[in-house]
Design a protein around this ligand. Sequence first.
Ligand code: APR
Length: 311
Amino acid sequence: MSKVTVVGAGKYGSTTAQRIAEADVVDEVVMTDIVEGLPQGLALDMNQSRPVVGHRTKITGTNDYADTAGSDVVVITAGLPRKPGMSRMDLLEVNAGIVKQVTEAIVEHSPDAVLIVVTNPLDQMTTLAAEVSGFPRQRVLGQAGILDSSRFAHFISEATGADIQSVSAVTLGSHGDTMVPVPSQCRVGEQLLSEVLDAATIDELVDRTRKGGAEIVGLLKTGSAYYAPSAAAAAMAIAVVEDSGEQMPVCAWVDGEYGISGVYLGVMGELGSAGVRSVVELDLTEDELEALGGAATAVKEKVEDLRQIEL
Ligand code: APR
C-alpha cells in the first residue's frame, strides 16, 4: 500500500496531487489544507475523473493529519505567495511558521516519510523542514532544479526550433539569482548547446530562465506558476515511490561534494525510496564550479536569516 500526501491544496498542491494520481503508481494520494472543504471538494472532483482518465489511484481530501498517517512521501506546498508590500523577510517569517507547523504534524503521523519541500523561499524552507523533522538529511529534499532545467530546455527548444524532447538542459545552484546554468551538460540532440547557439543568445535564455517565475506572475497578475512546478514535484515523488534511481537536479544536502559542505543546494541527485541516494558530481568546468560555490555561499547567508526569526 503506497501513499503520498500533498500538504496545501492550492494551485501547486492540487495539480501535483492530480499528476501523481494520474500516473497511477500509488494506491492513495491525500491532499490536506487548512481551508475546510477545499481538499475534499477537489478530491471528489478528481476521483470522478478516474473513469475517463483511466487510473485507479484514490484521492482523499482532508483537514485532519490523521488521514495522512503512514505516507511514504509528503510534498509540502503550504504557504503564501509574496504579496504587494511584503518584504522578503515578511514572507520568510510567515512561510517559516507554516512549514514548521506542517512538518511537526507530518512527522507525528508519518515518521518514515520522504519530505519534498516546494514552499518558497525554497532553500530556507527545505533547511527548516530538515531541522524541524530531525529526519536524516537525505530524506528531506526540495524542488527547484527540475523546474529551472525544464524552463531552460523550453527556451532552448524555442530558440533553436529543435524538438523539445531532444533538448536536455541542466541548472544547479539555487532558485532565482543564484541559479547556475550548466551549459557544458546541455545538449540539443547529439550536439553541445554551445555548438548550436552563440554565447550571447545562451546568456539571454539563462537570464529569462532565472526570471522564469516572475515572467509568469507578471502575466497572470494573481498567483504564480503551477503546471511546470507541479510536473517537477510529481516527478520527484514518483521517483521516490518507485525507488527508480533516476538522476534529477534537486535541492539536496551537500556534504563534501564539489568541495562544498553543510548546505541545501541544487545538485544532481539520484532518487530512491530513502530520498536522495547520492549526490552525483557532474564534470563541471571551472567557471561552473566557481558559480556553484558562489551559490552555496549565498544560500548559507540566506539560511542565516532564518536564525533571526522566532518560531
Ligand atoms: N496547512 C495547510 N495548508 C496551508 C497552511 C497550513 N498551515 N497554510 C496555508 N495553506 C494552504 C492555503 O490554504 C492554500 O490553499 O496552502 C495553499 C497555497 O495555495 P496557493 O495560494 O494557491 O499557492 P500555490 O500557487 O499553490 O503555491 C504554494 O509554492 O511555489 C510556491 O511560492 C509558492 O510558497 C508558495 C507555494
